[in-house]
Design a protein around this ligand. Sequence first.
Ligand code: 5RP
Length: 259
Amino acid sequence: MDWGMKNRISRIIKKDGHTVMLAVDHGYFMGPTTGLEKLDEMVKPLLPYADVLMPTRGGLRNYIPPETDIPICLRVSGGTSILNETNLLHEGIIVSMEDAIRLNVSAVAFSILVGQPFERDTLLAFTQVIDEANRYGIPVLAVTAVGKGLGKDARYLSLASRMAAELGASIVKTYFCKDFEKIVETCPVPIVIAGGKKIPEKDALQMTYDALQAGAIGVDMGRNVFQSSNPVSMIKAVNAIIHKKYTPKEAYDLFKSNK
Ligand code: 5RP
């Protein structure tokens, strides 16, 4: 691995081997997602507790000041909207590597959809992005997207996660599920979990803790932070589990006390 790649990965995965990634890329297929209508106002107070920010190209340019000192994991896949149910997550490349470099990103993120008729399209575009990104020492985070009718279970997610790693991903983002350790055990690259749809804060903190116990290195969490009744308290609590070894109870107490 060359110096640039190692340097970028060290910006994403902190010295303790863990990371708190804040996902705010939802607009690329969901438009003005609840909580992100004014993305700049939402994100600014959360940044001190996040290690990495995951926006879209337009989100970064329009809402995040260039002086902001946080590594960027740029969303580079897309092409369909939430209204296009039959093709949902049939994603292709939406940002050139030249522009990603111009934006000074530390990583790029690409969603693959294993198990749909169009899986081949997403996998081939994904490997093209890996070749281009790795040429410049940029790591690729694979998002193992889950389409309609595909279960969030260890059998399916370990298939998608291992495939992503075998195809060249440096980091995998997948969903937490029962027997999550089986996904970690069979995936040779670090795993972060997505938050998924908003659930009660107590449950989201428990999920974060359980994922870490099962071997995940952290989270790439969006809605469970910015749709919380108190997003700053929530990201503080998530950060405390990931970097300060808080138990779910301690973290939930911290969340409540900050409220
Ligand atoms: C879609 C994505 C999302 O855009 C986002 O990053 C997910 O974050 P969360 O589920 O925590 O809101 O990855 O596949």
